[in-house]
Design a protein around this ligand. Structure first.
Ligand code: ZN
Length: 265
């Protein structure tokens, strides 16, 4: 009897606990809600931006903000067309460029708040290059990769059976898993996504950039520039081993025909 109860509970949890990733349709584990995650993300973002030295390069700042708005509109359009606008509930988009020439990085918090570091701008080179990075980072957020990591963290903590805790009624644990998933303080955006999340963000980002009016062929070009730069300056998210730049470039080239269907449509 107890065994049967446990089986039913687990089945119920698994049905409840699955979400579908936008664009790819992959099923992912989802034991926490964006309503819980986004306020923590916004708070974390505000503390980073408040203490950061924001770029005074008006031209680059304007470029990051305008590319961000175009990608945002593409995401909103895509979700509306696929009857999934509710997935964006609670998103409060924001784009900032942080003055830090040594940091070759950018990230997007769950809920749409984006930070670029000036160190990535020379590799972006131009607006289309910014769109490659913006599309990729926003894709991590839209695909709820941090939420999936937190959910996997709950399972790893052996809480699959402890429904109360697993469904977010344990704020301390939820917060801890959030920090594990996105980083804390100076470590925000410095964590490695899994190879699966990277490939998925590449693929989804390509479609968002195409819908925003940027040629997807710029994505492999961006990664070629990153490759010629070497690993010295790159934080984990961009290290060549993860996945290697060449396998990334190959996968992007294979995904371009699909993305081109969305380009200048
Ligand atoms: Zn990534």
């Amino acid at each position: 009897m107890i065994k049967r109860f446990i089986v039913f509970s687990l089945l119920g949890l698994l049905v409840y606990a699955c979400a579908k990733v936008a664009v790819t349709g992959r099923q992912q584990l989802s034991l926490v809600s964006n309503a819980e995650i986004i306020p923590m993300a916004n708070q974390q973002y505000d503390s980073v931006v408040k203490t950061a030295n924001l770029s005074k390069n008006q031209q680059q700042v304007a470029m990051v903000k305008s590319v961000g708005s175009r990608i945002q509109r593409a995401v909103e359009q895509y979700m509306a067309e696929h009857n999934a606008s509710s997935e964006l509930q609670g998103f409060q988009w924001e784009y900032n460029l942080i003055e830090d020439p040594k940091t070759v990085n950018a990230w997007c918090m769950p809920g749409g708040k984006v930070a670029f570091y000036t160190g990535i701008m020379p590799i972006c080179k131009d607006e289309a290059g910014v769109a490659v990075v913006m599309g990729h980072e926003v894709a991590h957020a839209v695909a709820n990769h941090a939420r999936e990591r937190m959910s996997q963290g709950l399972v790893a903590n052996g809480l699959l059976g402890t429904l109360g805790a697993a469904l977010g009624q344990n704020p301390t644990l939820t917060k801890e898993l959030f920090f594990q998933a996105v980083g804390v303080g100076a470590q925000v955006g410095m964590l490695k996504f899994s190879r699966q999340h990277e490939s998925e963000a590449d693929k989804i980002g390509l479609i968002f950039m195409a819908m925003a009016g940027y040629d997807p062929h710029e994505a492999p070009r961006f990664w070629e520039r990153m490759q010629s730069q070497g690993d010295g300056a790159a934080p984990p998210e961009w290290l060549s081993t993860h996945p290697s730049h060449s396998s990334r470039i190959k996968d992007l080239n294979e995904a371009i025909p699909e993305a081109m269907k969305y380009y200048k449509k």
